[in-house]
Design a protein around this ligand. Structure first.
Ligand SMILES: *Cc1c(COP(=O)(O)O)cnc(C)c1O
Length: 392
């Protein structure tokens, strides 16, 4: 089936005799059993719930995976993934990662006896050198990274991980499966913060792990049930509803993001004093992006997150304060546009020594508003800033 059809055409209620066209919210903790056993069928919502099962079927289909598991948040999904590790194991992770991922890897895994090395995912030679064959069990990357938009070659890193006996996990939150399906390029596991593009409405926190490895899926399900980190029925329903419009949202947001990024890049190239407030634009959809060729081999588009530098943290803060349409908020992928200062917000938990981000970097997440209105807002906010004091 064509992906547009797949988004909305699926069995919304397997086995339901009333055939509702929208999946019911099975808002129940327990299910009556036909006899005094828990074998087969649903018994308890922590272990399994029909609303969540329909959602997981859709998520698996979208990622081209045989199995998908929905979690209470993206971090719950990542925590579920690292549960496969044991004391003495080693992880190689990219350098430009979500702040919460840095915190999990840097502050929780060492307590469990798991060592972590960060290596640039953009540099396969350096990444390969960080792998300890037989000891490294997991490699974890984001591509494009957020907010720097550095591109990693999924197929190459999957080969490197496999050669060292490790699994490659790709956090695909930034693009969503509408634009990139890492399993098709050799990744073993896909991770999502479903809070972002998959939900798309900024009203749910959720996470996903998807894989084609049946043994791994079984192990993940065991930990999720044992630790109680699965997504609740109402959240599953909201997420299922959001996913139906994934294509419409992502295409529209991306089209607008291309226009905004092109406009910002033209401001960066221009010579007027306020234009100099846009110093460098990071967006994989721009023509001279260094990762563009690799990105185009593995993804269908650049997505809707853009970042840029202004030259100073004060200018970035003043710009954010002057914007009216862009809400100052963490997260991305929602239908409403947001702006943030990652070093003070989403990435504040990255230890200063490991931070690869410029302190003044501003991140935009483009929603479904009119591109003209968004550009007008950016234009007047930039014009309102005091003239650049720094040298040219
Ligand atoms: C937000 C985010 C997470 C964490 O997800 P939550 O749903 O906030 O727990 C993980 N990875 C990336 C890339 C994210 O953007």
């Amino acid at each position: 089936m064509d992906p547009w059809t797949e988004l909305v055409r699926f069995d919304a209620c397997p086995g339901d005799p009333h055939r509702p066209t929208s999946t019911p919210i099975y808002q129940t903790a327990t299910f009556e059993r036909p006899d005094a056993s828990c074998e087969g069928g649903y018994d308890y919502t922590r272990s399994g719930n029909p609303t969540r099962s329909v959602l997981e079927g859709q998520l698996a289909r979208l990622e081209g995976a045989a199995h998908a598991l929905a979690y209470a948040s993206g971090m719950a999904a990542l925590s579920g993934l690292v549960r496969i590790l044991r004391a003495g194991d080693h992880v190689v992770a990219g350098t430009d990662l979500y702040g919460g991922t840095h915190r999990l890897l840097g502050q929780i895994l060492p307590r469990l006896g798991v060592a972590v090395t960060h290596a640039p995912a953009t540099d396969p030679v350096a990444f390969a050198a960080a792998i300890r064959p037989g000891t490294t069990k997991l490699a974890l990357i984001e591509t494009p990274s957020n907010p720097l938009q550095e591109v990693a070659d999924i197929r190459r890193l999957a080969e490197i991980a496999r050669a060292g006996g490790a699994r490659l996990a790709v956090d695909n939150s930034l693009l969503s499966p509408w634009l990139q399906k890492p399993l098709a390029h050799g990744a073993d596991v896909v991770v999502h913060s479903a809070t972002k593009a998959l939900c798309g409405h900024g009203d749910v926190t959720g996470g996903v792990l998807a894989t084609n490895d049946a043994a791994l899926a079984e192990e993940l399900a065991f930990f999720r049930n044992a630790e109680g980190s699965a997504l609740a029925p109402f959240e599953s329903w909201l997420l299922l509803r959001g996913v139906k419009t994934l294509g419409l949202r992502v295409e529209r947001q991306q089209e607008t993001a291309r226009r905004v990024a092109t406009w910002l890049a033209s401001r960066a190239a221009s010579a007027s004093a306020s234009a100099r407030r846009v110093a460098r634009v990071h967006y994989v959809g721009l023509p001279h992006h260094p990762g563009r060729a690799i990105h185009e081999r593995q993804a269908a588009g650049p997505g809707s997150v853009i970042s840029f530098e202004t030259g100073s943290v004060e200018a970035s803060r003043a710009l954010i304060a002057a914007l009216e349409l862009f809400t100052c908020a963490v997260s991305f992928g929602s239908i409403t546009s947001t702006v943030s200062l990652p070093c003070a917000m989403s990435h504040a938990s990255v230890p200063a020594g490991q931070r690869v981000l410029p302190e003044d970097i501003v991140r935009l997440s483009i929603g479904i508003e009119s591109a003209d209105d968004l550009i007008a807002d950016l234009s007047s906010a930039l014009a309102s800033l005091p003239r650049a004091r720094m040298a040219l």
